[in-house]
Design a binder for this molecule. Structure first.
Ligand code: ZN
Length: 117
């Protein structure tokens, strides 16, 4: 199977497993972010890329402001993008699990819209 993240995995810090656990709907977000980060800092190393509390989380070994700003923008987009299909989505909940999903993906997997308090 084709791995769209080969080049991203190759840029993980050796201290971390190059494991990327996000849904297909966020692949374009991550690829776009990686392209942006590569332009900013070709030597940047990733530490973790994952979904947490329904949001994309990207950790790197870099602490410079432009890197953090780019990551924040991608994380903000993930909060309004269905992790499953890439359509417009919002935070949904099933039991104690949170995911950002569109209406139909949420219905398919028994998630319900969640209003943040
Ligand atoms: Zn969806």
């Amino acid at each position: 199977m084709d791995d769209p993240f080969d080049h991203i995995r190759a840029r993980f810090s050796r201290l971390y497993e190059p494991y990327i656990s996000i849904g297909k709907g966020w692949y374009p977000l991550l690829l776009e972010l990686d392209a942006e980060l590569t332009t900013i800092d070709p030597d940047l190393r990733y530490a973790q890329i994952k979904e947490k509390w329904g949001e994309l989380r990207v950790y790197t070994t870099s602490d410079i402001d432009v890197v953090r700003a780019a990551i924040h923008r991608a994380e903000a987009k993930s909060r309004i993008t269905c992790e499953s299909c890439g359509a417009a989505g919002s935070m949904c909940k099933r039991g104690s699990w949170y995911r950002t999903l569109c209406e139909s993906c949420a219905a398919e997997s028994n998630y319900v819209p969640h209003q943040a308090r």
